[in-house]
Ligand binder design. Structure first.
Ligand code: GUN
Ligand code: ZN
Length: 441
């Protein structure tokens, strides 16, 4: 059982069920980094975790009349953290037939154009966030569009739901349609203004968001690095080494660079709090450099398969010591469900000749994601004082799952079934700062 060593504030509420969280990465720290209370209890006060432990130990200390939500038969886990997703691509999920560069031209850029309209941005942001909660995702690093209004709309919707979210305005000053183009200077000014308006407001964090090297001039990347220097604590998100055609294009545009990653390195963008989507076609020197700089990778399995981009090498990433999180990458990705994304991550890892153990998978989807976003002091597990964002998972959401789950002997086996078979139907409830904001009908 884990109890804080300072005096325990009395819990305002408690939830009871099977509790699983992580205190470290089981892939490196071993299975002991997974905490498991088969009949567990989570005590919450002021939206924060007071304690997590065995129900039998915690029940007697509850003040009379403390409400206890009974989730026995379900699994209670920290909310999922999606480290790479585009809310502005909600309406182009599953658009047929292209690989990255053609997909961007044909589907993505036209869809992103509509976000010049604040009413459209607000409507999509509300829908997108409700879908995240339905999928048990409580924190995400989110790409808006080039329009500052798209960031305002997203943050306003996240604030209204009291969510811990990161987002940023896309920077794009070349090689894109005129209607989505900023300039190095306007992108810098607008990002600085959005940082002042939103970063640290409520539970919100700003992420400087150069789309990818081909759509920024060197001047724009330089100013992106300057924004990071001028605003400590803001994040950075971008894409790297996703698609072979993209990589050849970067080599033409930046002939001086040793590798695609090296472009970002040159402009000071590799640092803690920098998350790069895809990272498929990197070499060992790139991976070492990312680990050394403290930058992190988003493993976007459904997107990488769907766009035919390639197979992320999770094993090499872990061996290099670089931080990794799981990204759904909607709308290149084909699901907002982190469970479905874990399932595809497992298959990609299999094709790479390894497997993805369930404890490692659920670590990546919770504390691992929180760590790469620099938020592990606030979210990611049930340590005392953390914000009580959590998901309640139903391992028996369909007759087949119930049947298969009944035959699973160990926690690992049951987690693996959730990870391979789960989807939004597996999410029984989602809580934000202790409060239930979604309950499956
Ligand atoms: N590279 C540059 N922009 C994008 C995007 O919107 N999605 C994906 N998957 N890759 C990108
Ligand atoms: Zn992306």
């Amino acid at each position: 059982m884990s109890l804080p060593d300072h005096p325990v504030p009395s819990a305002a509420q408690a939830v009871r069920g099977e509790i699983v969280d992580f205190t470290g990465d089981p892939a490196t720290a071993g299975a002991g980094a997974c905490r498991h209370f088969a009949d567990g209890m989570l005590l919450i006060a002021g939206g924060r975790v007071v304690a997590a432990g065995d129900a039998a130990a915690l029940l007697p200390g509850l003040a009379p009349g403390t409400p206890v939500v009974d989730y026995r038969g379900k699994l209670i886990m920290p909310g999922f953290v999606d480290v790479h997703v585009h809310y502005s691509q909600t309406d182009i999920i599953a658009s047929y037939g292209e690989q990255l560069l053609d997909w961007l031209e044909r589907f993505t850029f036209p869809a992103e154009r509509s976000f010049a309209d604040p009413a459209h941005a607000a409507e999509v942001a509300a829908f997108f966030l409700d879908e995240l909660l339905k999928n048990g995702t409580t924190t995400a690093a989110v790409f808006a569009t080039v329009h500052p209004a798209s960031v305002d709309a997203f943050f306003a919707a996240a604030k209204a739901r009291n969510l811990r979210m990161a987002a940023g305005k896309v920077l794009m000053d070349r090689n894109c349609p005129e209607f989505l183009r900023d300039t190095a200077e306007s992108g810098y000014e607008q990002s600085a203004e959005l940082i002042r308006r939103w970063h640290g407001t409520g539970r919100l964090s700003y992420a400087v968001t150069p789309r990818f090297a081909p759509t920024s001039t060197e001047r724009q990347l330089e100013l992106a690095g300057r924004l990071l220097d001028e605003h400590p604590g803001v994040l950075l998100q971008s894409h790297v080494a996703e698609n072979k055609g993209e990589i050849a294009w970067v080599a033409e545009l930046y002939p001086w660079a040793r590798s695609y990653l090296d472009v970002y390195d040159r402009f000071g963008m590799l640092r803690p709090g920098a998350i790069f989507g895809h990272c498929i076609h990197l070499d060992d020197a790139d991976r070492r450099r990312m680990a050394e700089a403290g930058a992190a990778m988003a493993f976007c399995a459904t997107s990488n398969l769907y766009l035919g981009s390639g197979l992320f090498d999770l094993h090499a990433a872990v061996a290099s010591g670089v931080g990794v999180g799981i990204g759904t990458d909607l709308g290149g990705g084909t699901a907002l469900s982190m469970l479905r994304t874990l399932s595809e991550s497992y298959k990609v890892t299999q094709l790479r000749g390894h497997s993805l153990a369930p404890l490692h998978g659920f670590y990546l989807a919770t504390l691992g994601g929180a760590t790469v976003l620099g938020m592990a002091d606030r979210i990611g597990n049930f340590a005392p004082g953390k914000e009580a964002d959590f998901v309640v998972l139903d391992p028996a959401a369909t007759p087949l799952r119930a049947r298969r789950n009944a035959q699973a002997a160990s926690l690992e086996e049951r987690l693996f079934l959730l990870m391979m078979l789960g989807d939004d139907r597996s999410v029984h409830a989602t809580h934000i700062m202790g409060e239930r904001v979604y309950h499956r009908p």
